[in-house]
Design a protein around this ligand. Structure first.
Ligand SMILES: NC(=O)c1ccc[n+]([C@@H]2O[C@H](COP(=O)([O-])OP(=O)(O)OC[C@H]3O[C@@H](n4cnc5c(N)ncnc54)[C@H](O)[C@@H]3O)[C@@H](O)[C@H]2O)c1
Length: 315
């Protein structure tokens, strides 16, 4: 199933996942526009412009400014957010403004403009930390930080906009996404992009805690493919689904793979653990496999190789 020949609006489309999603939507003949305030940079602007994407430089917290961009759209992919737990801890008010009020603005405009479908990029951060269970979509939620609380609150808005207004919302809980184009050099960067950058520069790799915290690192192409499948499906209206890779890996394991794959002499520099950082968040992806009939195609080794080679070709 594909999304084809539709008018798609991608909020946060100039970001890491949004730019990959936008490119893929364009490749299937969709007309794609993007709302982004470029708060995380303009590095993908050239690529989007070259792909013929219409760019609206605008802030989703300003509802009157973004209102015109919701006219004559079929599907909204809502990815704009203050991403990352540590950013939300540093600035919980702005995190709430973007991730909750910004999402509510987009939902309201989607209803006002009778938009067919609203896909929301949520996060594994809505779950608390677990030791034994895998995280499935039906379990009780207890986020550990403002970012997770904001995503959960936005999820509830998506649910009630379906129940009250009939807007076909689908909530996608992404788990630790990595891949080409993710920025490694910014504050609170994703660990894989950051460590590839540092390894290539032969610099120390700061691991917070003992490195045994585990994540389902998910390759961006798999995440984008699953996102588009969810948008094309009619089985997930008002519903939620985990989008993740199959297996967990520890941060230490990933670090050693990056050092080896980049032939780096970088050393690990152990730092105190971060507040609000779960020790594990193992994904249960049964629903992804059964409802969307999708299995991730990029195991960690393959995804890491592709990410490293793309970062090398940019240097
Ligand atoms: N990367 C991950 O590991 C991961 C994991 C779980 C969930 N997510 C979610 O997926 C989505 C995309 O994440 P990403 O990794 O591509 O992050 P990103 O930071 O690269 O992209 C987010 C984009 O949103 C834009 N943005 C931020 N605030 C805005 C505002 N007020 N108005 C308009 N645009 C704004 C940024 O400029 C950026 O281009 C986010 O919603 C994020 O919370 C990401």
């Amino acid at each position: 199933m594909q999304v084809k020949n539709k008018k798609c609006l991608v909020t946060g489309g100039a970001g890491f996942i949004g730019s990959h999603l936008t490119e893929e939507l364009v490749s299937f003949g969709n007309e794609v526009s993007v709302i982004d305030d470029f708060s995380t940079g303009k590095h993908n602007l050239k690529l989007l412009t070259a792909a013929g994407v219409k760019i609206h430089e605008s802030d989703i917290t300003n509802i009157s400014q973004i209102e015109p961009f919701f006219r004559d759209i079929d599907i909204i992919f809502h990815l704009a957010a203050m991403n990352r737990a540590q950013r939300g801890i540093s600035d919980p008010l702005r995190c709430n403004e973007i991730n909750v009020t910004g999402t509510l603005n987009c939902l309201k405009l989607a209803v006002d403009n009778s938009i067919d479908k609203f896909i929301f990029a949520s996060s594994s951060s809505v779950y608390g930390s677990v030791t034994n269970n895998k995280l499935d979509e039906e379990m009780d939620l207890k986020p550990l930080n403002p970012y997770g609380v904001g995503k959960l609150s936005a999820e509830h808005y998506c649910r009630i906009f379906y129940e009250i207004f009939g807007l076909k919302t689908t909530i996608l809980r992404y788990f630790s996404v990595y891949g080409p184009r993710q920025q490694g050099g910014i504050d609170h960067a994703g660990v894989i992009a950051k460590f590839i950058n540092l390894s290539l520069a032969g610099r120390k790799l700061p691991i917070y805690g003992n490195g045994l915290q585990k994540r389902n690192f998910s390759y961006v192409k798999d995440v984008v493919d699953a996102t588009i499948l969810a948008a094309a499906s009619d089985n997930l209206n008002g519903d939620v689904i985990n989008i993740a890779s199959e297996k967990e890996y520890s941060v230490l394991d990933v670090t050693n793979r990056i050092i080896s794959e980049t032939s780096s002499e970088s050393e690990i520099d152990y730092q105190p653990p971060l507040a609000g950082d779960p020790s594990r968040n193992p994904a249960n992806i049964n629903k992804l496999k059964t409802v969307l009939n999708f299995s991730p195609k990029h195991p960690l080794n393959k995804g890491l190789k592709q990410t490293i080679s793309s970062m090398l070709s940019r240097n």
